[in-house]
Design a protein around this ligand. Structure first.
Ligand code: NAD
Length: 514
């Protein structure tokens, strides 16, 4: 097969809305007030899609971060939120969801401008995020403990759940609104108070969320938001003695650094980290559905997705034919201007990241793999020369030991590997430091169950890919993380268990007993 890069389906023109002439202005939310940074420093965000300045924020100092933590501690210790009933908390969480939907277009546009993702996807992200707030509202009302009535006649025990306390929430740039919504409403549902630090690249929608929380009447200090550089203020969020828990989503490297920093005070840490997720294709699969899922799995959010299926393992008997079908479909994926309705793959987050992604492709090529399509960087359309775009890229002949097959590329780059039987497929799937998700495509229930049981991953999709529900827990094995979000675990992560034992009637004296 030869490269036919000119056939990539670049999209431009007919934007749903024009790029605003004025950048978004953001401040820090500390103790219920919007503030500039103590030293008046600011951060500026250039759109990765359009190259223009789209946001300016106050850039928090360590002193600002400490002030935010103190506000959260004070609010928690006062009980202004933690002592409210689940029903009262649920009411407010539902109001947040309503407000998010009312401001859907505003949120989606900011997400597009800062992250480069397509507008249709950004709109969906607001819907999914609002659903998480609604589900957390249900959790706030249903959280409960257990009782033990079989410990003997004179003993009754209760196991109750209490909010863990002050939580530092640190989020990445790839799904800014969705990921904060996997954490914050559940922490609030449990009765915690929080300091939220969004990625410095995509902070706008988290700040709008702060505005929404103010509008619906969340008491001052319950949620505080600091925008700033991770290495500068992150360590304060992970080590401060007034913080009880750190909930982090981001890269495995930073997750390990946070875990190490937090270990000194033995804070609770939950980590949602990277993935190198395989989809395993058997010859008896539903061909059309599997091809579509592979294309969706790698190009959704331009591959900048923890669940990106950046490895496809194809049975050797169908490898050539299946790869050709994936390449053909890849050519048809609309790539380009994120503000166009038809676009499915937008811009890459930054010039540095684009360079990192293409370096993986070049390295694989040098090691003998074949680039069937893609790795083209500049869209041949007027008006987009400023942005960072990469055409859908498919690399075949990839060996399991290559960096492109082992490391999280985080771009629209698919590696095709082959296997000869079920055991080899499982071995290749598990030959990874990561264990976030995996998928299997087969009509044979034995294949599906074997993959489901033996692949080490937090989620296994059978004849589907990347479906998600607030009801189902999500998280990773191995270096993909620790702890779980969503489902009933979503709220339980933000609680401590307390055992209360109640003795009834006369108690046998210790010093008289034998
Ligand atoms: P990143 O680790 O570079 O940054 C994440 C956040 O951590 C940012 O807010 C950053 O400012 C902050 N940070 C950086 N250094 C820090 C430090 N020393 N202490 C505290 N905070 C610090 O990740 P990213 O590039 O923003 O996001 C991409 C990564 O996120 C990928 O690895 C992806 O797989 C992962 N991710 C995982 C999930 C999941 O649910 N498992 C979801 C989305 C993204």
């Amino acid at each position: 097969m030869s490269q036919q890069q000119s056939l990539v389906n670049w999209v431009t023109g007919n934007r749903v809305v024009e790029i605003p002439t004025e950048p978004f202005q953001g401040q820090l939310l500390i103790n219920g007030e919007w503030r500039e940074a103590a030293d008046k420093e600011q951060l500026t965000r250039q759109s990765p899609a359009y190259g223009v300045t789209v946001s300016r924020y106050a850039k928090a100092t360590v002193a600002d971060t400490e002030a935010a933590i103190k506000a959260a501690r004070h609010a928690f210790d006062q009980g202004i939120w933690s002592k409210q009933s689940g029903a009262e908390r649920a009411k407010l969480l539902n109001q947040v969801a309503d407000q998010m939907m009312a401001r859907q277009e505003e949120l989606a546009l900011l997400e597009v401008l800062e992250s480069g993702k397509p507008i249709s996807q950004a709109r969906d992200e607001v819907v999914w995020a609002a659903e998480l707030w609604r589900y957390a509202a249900v959790s706030a009302r249903s959280l409960h403990g257990e009782s033990h009535n079989n410990l003997g006649e004179d003993m009754l025990a209760m196991v109750i759940r209490e909010p863990v306390g002050v939580v530092s929430i640190i989020t990445p740039w790839n799904f800014p609104l969705l990921i904060v919504s996997q954490k914050l409403p559940f922490a609030l549902a449990a009765g915690c108070t929080c300091v939220v630090k969004p990625s410095e690249l995509t902070s706008a929608t988290t700040l709008i969320l702060g505005d929404i929380l103010q509008t619906v009447g969340l008491p001052a200090g319950v949620v505080n938001i600091v925008v700033g550089e991770g290495p500068e203020i992150g360590p304060t969020l992970s080590t401060h003695p007034m913080v009880d828990m750190v909930s982090f989503t981001g890269s495995t490297g930073v997750g390990k650094a946070i875990s190490a920093a937090a270990s000194d005070s033995l804070k609770k840490v939950s980590l949602e980290l990277g993935g190198k997720n395989p989809q395993i294709i058997f010859p008896d699969c539903d061909w059309e559905a599997a091809v579509d899922a592979v294309v969706f799995g790698i190009y959704f959010n331009a591959g900048e997705c923890c669940n990106s299926s950046s490895r496809v393992l194809v049975h050797e008997s169908i490898a050539d034919q299946f790869t050709k079908a994936v390449v053909e479909r890849s050519r048809q994926v609309p790539v380009g201007d994120p503000l166009c309705e038809a676009t499915k793959v937008g811009a890459i987050i930054s010039a540095e990241h684009l360079q990192k992604v293409t370096a993986y492709v070049d390295e694989a090529k040098a090691a003998g793999a074949e680039v069937y399509i893609g790795n083209t960087q500049s869209p041949p359309v007027a008006g987009l020369q400023e942005g960072f775009y990469l055409a859908p890229t498919v690399i075949a002949g990839v060996q399991p030991s290559m960096a492109v097959a082992q490391e999280e590329v985080f771009g629209p780059v698919l590696s095709v590997l082959t296997f000869s039987d079920l055991d080899e497929a499982i071995a290749i799937a598990n030959d990874s430091l990561y264990g976030l998700s995996a998928g299997v495509w087969s009509a044979n229930i034995d294949n599906c169950l074997a993959i489901g049981r033996q692949v080490k991953a937090g989620t296994v999709w059978v004849n589907t890919w990347m479906s998600g529900y607030p009801e189902l827990p999500f998280g990773g094995f191995k270096e993909s993380g620790q702890g779980r979000e969503l489902g009933r675990y979503g709220i339980e992560e933000f609680t401590e268990l307390k055992t209360i034992q109640m003795h009834m009637g006369p108690r046998t004296n210790w010093w008289l007993s034998r």
